[in-house]
Write a protein that binds this ligand. Structure first.
Ligand code: SF4
Ligand code: SF4
Length: 323
């Protein structure tokens, strides 16, 4: 049936555990002008889900879109688009948003303000629910699976969860990682072309790593990313990212070291971003040194890597677009 909607309204869910509690949300997109944050189930503790109740709530939102209206919280969202949406009650896209554990302490992360609090939040194992969803034919391949919040490899169930997904033909799994801990299942998923693993290293030296990440683990991260990259020679699924953080790593010397190290360890895809708080305050700053650095990386990186690109909001900044 053709109407305007998004893949999260139709076939998505977000398991969210953080300082605001443990809930199942429609999506994880917090920058929607309408507010986003649509709640599908409050105070979720990992118990098996009553699917009749779940679809009653989810379909009440889908019906708004079907009627030609827009869900209030989704007003103005960039993800809304016309499509021919399936009317089946399936979940295809899931985000596991846990803010409960990380072995890093990045200066730009919102967990930085109180790391101990975030690292002590209570979590639950989601695998029993995922198994129930697959057994009932509710969760099917075809969408995107991702993680947000803390460090996925520190979750107790991480290896088992990802192995289960791979074994059940889910093949579009994105894993952002600090890469401090090596994960055999990431290696397996990369070798099968089912996992994209992204590490935001943000530097080219141990000294800058310590300043930004609050931990002395640069060599370990490089070693682990080298291992992931080596799994497959033609591998674009191992991604290194550089978030320019003014005052920490905004110089060509650091950037050159990063680019050269990525090249040396076999990475084929690099991504550029800019620290969010700085970015929000400099939307009109068309000639700043930071923007020149982004252009420098894009120009240099395109000759060194199979793919070198800026994140969407960075490209908008370059193009002078405000969102
Ligand atoms: S339209 Fe935007 S805010 Fe609404 S569910 Fe989709 S991604 Fe989330
Ligand atoms: S690795 Fe991610 S979750 Fe951990 S501190 Fe850095 S930005 Fe935050």
């Amino acid at each position: 049936m053709k109407y305007v909607s998004c893949e999260w309204i139709e076939n998505g869910m977000d398991f969210d555990v953080g300082v605001y509690g443990s809930n199942i949300m429609m999506c994880c997109y917090v920058s929607c002008p309408g507010g986003g944050n649509i709640m599908l189930k409050r105070n979720f503790d990992g118990s098996l889900i009553d699917w009749k109740e779940f679809w009653k709530i989810k379909n009440s939102y889908r019906n708004i879109q079907k009627s030609g209206e827009t869900i209030k919280e989704c007003t103005g969202c960039v993800y809304l688009h016309q499509d021919n949406w399936s009317q089946k009650n399936n979940i295809k896209s899931i985000i596991f948003d846990h803010f409960t554990k990380c072995n890093c302490d990045c200066v730009y992360c919102y967990t930085h303000e109180d790391k101990a609090k975030y690292n002590s939040l209570k979590n639950y194992n989601v695998l029993p629910v995922i198994k129930d969803m697959v057994a009932k034919g509710i969760f099917i391949p075809g969408g995107q699976i991702g993680f947000g919040g803390g460090e996925p490899t520190m979750l107790d169930e991480f290896e088992e969860l990802i192995n289960f997904l791979i074994d059940n033909n889910f093949d579009n799994i994105s894993i952002p990682t600090s890469a401090i801990k090596y994960s055999p299942v990431i290696e397996r998923g990369v070798s099968l072309g089912k996992i994209h693993v992204q590490n935001s290293i943000d530097c080219g030296s141990r000294e800058t790593f310590i300043k930004i990440k609050g931990i002395d683990a640069y060599n370990k991260v490089i070693e682990n990313m080298r291992k992931y990259s080596k799994v497959k020679s033609e591998n674009d699924g191992v991604i290194s990212k550089y978030i320019i953080c003014p005052g920490y790593n905004d110089n060509k010397e650091e950037i050159d070291k990063w680019l050269n190290t990525c090249k040396n360890i076999g990475i084929r895809t690099v991504v550029i971003s800019v620290e969010n708080i700085w970015l929000k305050g400099h939307r009109r700053d068309g000639n700043s040194e930071v923007i020149k650095l982004v252009e420098y990386i894009l120009n240099k990186g395109k000759n060194m890597f199979a793919s070198c690109k800026g994140e969407n909001h960075v490209m908008q900044l370059l193009a002078g677009v405000e969102d």
